[in-house]
Write a protein of this length. Structure first.
Length: 232
């Protein structure tokens, strides 16, 4: 500049994830998705999940493609919305999936099975708590493997939230996302609930559900732990 002063240039540098999502219409602002950690995977990558992985961080964690997560939530919602809500069963053996699944089911009218999944729930009509689902949603196909096994046995479609270390054995449709983080699970289930209601026409396309992401998040006090135990 002619007066010798340096022009101040604002910092417009974007993270790789923000740059990736630029120009894409997402269900939530990119900063909200990233702060929830839905893109943070594990240090293990399966060949099944490779198409959904964006990069690997210096600390060895694989990073999921938030754009693909967003796209697949939209598609899953469109599919699930076609069914009678009472015939959709949502599963979570993981403690951190407890509140997200419960609030999701309250919001969209589906059924939940939280905690240990007992053999025979889907496959044995004589079982006291027998359920005949038309669609099964699992929070983690590894932790919820008994539900996946029985879903395969009865031939029902299975939608699964899959992290970088999951494989697709028995899963019909994958939503790639962090399925271990409290905030991540809350955000994914909140988005899926909102999108299902939009697909049903029960919610305007620009409207939000009454419950917040905070309402969907499992609180540590609710599960009585400081960290989730290994569910392997």
């Amino acid at each position: 500049m002619s007066n010798g002063e340096e022009k101040t240039v604002p910092n417009v540098e974007k993270t790789e994830e923000e740059a990736l999502a630029e120009g894409v219409s997402l269900l939530l602002p990119i900063d909200v998705l990233l702060s929830a950690g839905i893109h943070i995977g594990t240090r293990i990558k399966t060949s099944d999940m490779e198409p959904f992985i964006y990069r690997i961080r210096p600390d060895g964690l694989y990073v999921l493609d938030v754009k693909k997560t967003d796209e697949r939530i939209k598609i899953a919602a469109k599919f699930i919305a076609q069914f009678n809500p009472s015939e959709v069963v949502v599963i979570s053996a993981r403690l951190y999936g407890k509140t997200p699944v419960k609030k999701f089911c309250e919001t969209v009218g589906t059924r939940s099975i939280i905690g240990r999944f007992m053999p025979g729930v889907f496959s044995n009509p004589a079982y006291p708590t027998y359920v005949e689902p038309q669609v099964i949603i699992v929070t983690d196909p590894k932790a919820d493997r008994q539900a996946v096994k029985e879903g395969i046995l009865v031939g029902k479609p299975i939608v699964a939230i899959c992290d970088t270390e999951n494989d697709f054995s028995g899963v019909d449709y994958v939503i790639p996302a962090n399925n271990k983080g409290r905030r991540a699970l809350a955000t994914v289930y909140w988005l899926l609930a909102r999108q299902i209601l939009r697909e049903r026409g029960e919610l305007q396309q620009d409207a939000n559900i009454t419950a917040t992401i905070d309402d969907f998040e499992t609180k540590l006090a609710d599960v009585g732990v400081t960290a989730e135990p290994d569910m392997e």
